[in-house]
Design a protein around this ligand. Structure first.
Ligand code: MRU
Length: 367
């Protein structure tokens, strides 16, 4: 097996190639997105998934959207672009990085227009916006890689005084595949591993979509990090046997009070961890913190297609006449979270106050 670094997405300045995460670990193929619509479909269909990766992908979707406009009417161009950005924003509702990235791209357009305004005779605005959007998408991708490296180091620092190796449990996939590279929760694990601090990783399979069994296990295997996969209902057993020292998971949206939406099942793991007195960490970039969402009850939870529960890898296990439900995320209340690891440092309780301080340091005051 090729153990070189996995490329979640490849931008060749013409199209965006996404590793098809629906096919892993059995096939390593890339899906070629040539239009914003291709990108929207890839996000919706989970070719690409994971909050930061969705954000970076949408940013490139905006570039493709702008390039799809071939006319030279500025107003028409902006209307065209906004419609495509809206379409991209309608793909998945929970991960805030999607909206964060789209807003950042919109900011580039607004800035270009406001710079142009005093010079209405300037005819190159549309081309300038196309170029600026491409540059910004590349920035977002590069920044995400840098952020994850810093975040990973910050997470590992928490355990710098620890002599014994750690037994770590993780849920879903918050690895290189869920980001532009290295990962968030898996970034912390990678960083700990390179410090010689990982004894073993327990990977929740993460039904219904199996991001743990198919994707996290694949990443850990490629890197030679020791792990084993369990089905989701086994985590309490392993905690009760003293086989879990810490839990580290990613996040799709952290509310202003620290309540955190992540893959369905995370809430149950957090409750078990609390019962067994096991520290429970969220690893997420600052862009996943949504200060406009006051608490977890306001986070929109995506309901996905029945078939994901009804079937496993295309094989039906529940007949169509039986009802199923498929909420894709749940919210872990802040009181179950020991700390939130970000690229700008580790946030400890009280979360409301400490999140506010961190965000104000980065973006200025908010009410
Ligand atoms: O439905 P998914 O696979 O997009 O959900 C992914 C998760 O819940 C991840 O844990 C989260 O996005 C963090 S990824 C760094």
């Amino acid at each position: 097996m090729d153990k070189s670094n996995v490329k979640t997405l490849i931008w060749d300045n013409i199209s965006l190639k996404l590793i098809d995460q629906r096919k892993l670990p059995f096939e390593e193929i890339y899906v070629d997105c040539k239009t914003a619509e291709d990108v929207g479909l890839a996000i919706k269909d989970m070719v690409v998934r994971g909050a930061p990766a969705i954000g970076v992908t949408a940013a490139y979707g905006a570039v493709l959207a702008a390039r799809q406009y071939t006319g030279n009417d500025e107003e028409e161009f902006i209307t065209f672009l906004n419609a495509k950005l809206k379409m991209l924003g309608n793909t998945r509702p929970t991960a805030v990085n999607l909206f964060w990235a789209i807003n950042r791209m919109k900011g580039i357009v607004e800035k270009a227009i406001s710079w142009r305004n005093p010079y209405p005779s300037d005819t190159g605005l549309i081309d300038a916006i196309k170029d600026k959007l491409a540059a910004e998408a590349k920035n977002i991708e590069r920044e995400d890689q840098e952020i994850n490296l810093r975040l990973g180091k910050n997470g590992a620092l928490i355990f710098s005084a620890k002599v014994d190796k750690l037994k770590i449990l993780t849920h879903c996939n918050a690895g290189a595949l869920a980001t532009a590279g290295y990962g968030t929760a898996l970034g912390v694990i990678r960083s700990l591993y390179s410090d010689g601090k990982v004894e073993n990783v327990i990977v929740d399979e993460t039904r219904p979509y199996l991001q743990g069994a198919r994707l996290t296990a694949w990443e850990l295997y490629r890197e030679g990090i020791p792990f084993f996969v369990i089905s989701d209902n086994m985590s309490g057993y392993f905690m009760s046997k003293g086989m879990v020292d810490i839990v580290v998971v990613g996040a799709d949206r952290v509310a202003a009070n620290g309540d955190t939406a992540n893959k369905i099942g995370t809430l149950s793991v957090s409750i078990l961890a609390k019962y067994f007195n096991i520290p429970f960490y969220i690893a997420a970039p600052v862009s996943t913190i949504d200060i406009n969402t006051l608490d977890g009850s306001k986070i929109p939870i995506e309901q996905r297609d029945d078939s994901e529960v009804r079937e496993i890898l295309g094989k039906k296990i529940i007949p169509d006449y039986m009802p199923v439900e498929n909420p894709s995320f749940d919210v872990t209340p802040n009181e179950n979270i020991s700390a939130i690891i970000t690229e700008r440092g580790v946030i400890y309780p009280p979360f409301k106050e400490n999140i506010k301080n961190m965000i104000e340091k980065q973006y200025g005051k908010y009410k």
